[in-house]
Design a protein around this ligand. Structure first.
Ligand code: GLA
Length: 384
């Protein structure tokens, strides 16, 4: 592939990151989530290159090149390459229509910050190849194969939320997704005087992926215990507070706390969806704080930096909700804040965070936006 700046793509794909207002770690428990795609994206330029099996991928952010032979795909020791390789492997499992292509990737999303740059990367690539070679895969298949790529090549046993939100998101709308049926409803978000402010701790503590997988296993262990009394239960989604109380003594305290958090969180997400439908942002925001407390004390996946940022907001009446987002142990908080206070608040929280941790944070606004989309470049446009 030509490494100069005159790449002539056949199609351009924009694949967004996501936020999740509430529904932390409920997705892999078949529960409910309330995410939205955002106006920060990964962009892909793609073209066929006339070869049967050679794919050239250039990551502009990493300034790295990857050459893949479709006949010889295997996991790599280079982290970012596994997202590409995993997606290609999953596409090959589903279709024999893929041939050689060239692809240039550039990202507006901070990597590993909890805005799901990984899902944006997987879904955008899968979507682009699907369009380029007319593979006929549905949006749902794209989301699912992207999740499978992450399980098998990256090693995080994530749920479907990130990929789903990235693909199905719509402007100014939040997805109320049932991760069991994989059906969703779009809820309009009228923020009026409020904005969504993302604050990035700029920390990512070790073992976040293995801790993530451990939480998933602990939930499965909990389900095993519940099944001793309720044989038909296959996930925490089907468990009520009453059922859980009945088996409490059969579980270790840690497993009980993990399960309790998930059962309570599923209830919170459903309430949050109702508040959003009624445009009651204040009550909606209170649930975000409760979600954070659950993730901090019951699910134990927060960290000092995230707790500091959420605690800092608590006595400010212009912040109506704040919580950590994503897998845990670092990344971002999502905040709903009155527009008139954003600049002053950002300045104060940055200073306080710097004083406490000697780390610079990043703060930026996002909007619920449309999901993965593409543009076909016509011959005429290419000449311009
Ligand atoms: C990560 C995973 C998601 C979800 C969230 C936590 O972003 O990829 O599937 O489990 O963590 O809500």
């Amino acid at each position: 592939m030509n490494k100069e700046n005159n790449f002539n793509p056949e199609i351009i794909v924009a694949s967004p990151g996501r936020i999740n207002f509430i529904g932390g770690h409920t997705d892999y428990n078949n529960g409910f989530v309330l995410p939205a795609a955002i106006d920060k994206k990964i962009n892909f330029q793609l073209r066929k290159n006339g070869t049967a099996n050679i794919c050239n991928v250039h990551s502009e952010n990493y300034n790295k090149f990857l050459v893949v032979d479709l006949n010889k795909i295997e996991p790599s020791i280079e982290g970012w390459e596994n997202y590409i390789l995993g997606v290609l492997q999953q596409l090959l499992n589903r279709s024999d229509g893929i041939m050689g292509f060239d692809c240039v990737i550039s990202s507006e999303l901070a990597i590993g910050s909890g805005l799901s740059s990984s899902a944006a990367l997987e879904c955008g690539l899968a979507y682009g190849i699907n369009e380029l070679f007319n593979l006929g895969l549905s949006k749902l298949e794209i989301a699912k194969l992207s999740r499978d790529a992450e399980h098998e090549y990256v090693g995080t046993k994530c749920g479907i939320m990130d990929q789903y939100a990235s693909v199905f998101g719509e402007e100014n709308k939040v997805l109320f997704l049932d991760c069991h049926s994989l059906k969703y409803k779009l809820i309009p978000m009228y923020l009026t005087d409020y904005k969504v402010l993302i604050i990035n701790t700029n920390v990512e503590h070790n073992l976040s992926s293995s801790n993530y997988n451990t939480r998933r296993e602990q939930c499965e262990d909990g389900v095993e215990v519940i099944r001793r009394k309720y044989k038909s239960v296959s996930s925490l989604r089907e468990v009520t507070l009453k059922m859980l109380a009945e088996v409490k003594e059969l579980m270790s305290p840690v497993i009980y706390q993990r399960c309790l958090y998930i059962v309570e969180e599923n209830i919170r997400v459903q309430k949050a969806a109702d508040y959003l439908k009624n445009n009651d942002l204040k009550e909606f925001g209170k649930l975000l704080y409760q979600c954070h407390e659950g993730l901090r004390y019951q699910y134990e996946i927060s960290c000092d930096e995230l707790d500091f940022l959420v605690d800092f907001s608590k006595d400010k009446e212009f912040v109506i909700g704040s919580r950590m987002m994503g897998g845990g142990f670092g990344g971002c908080t999502v905040n709903i804040i009155h527009k008139d206070f954003i600049d002053d608040y950002t300045q104060k929280i940055s200073q306080a965070y710097q004083d406490r941790f000697h780390i610079k944070l990043d703060a930026f606004q996002v909007m619920p936006s449309k999901g993965t989309s593409h543009q076909v470049i016509t011959v005429q446009e290419k000449k311009l």
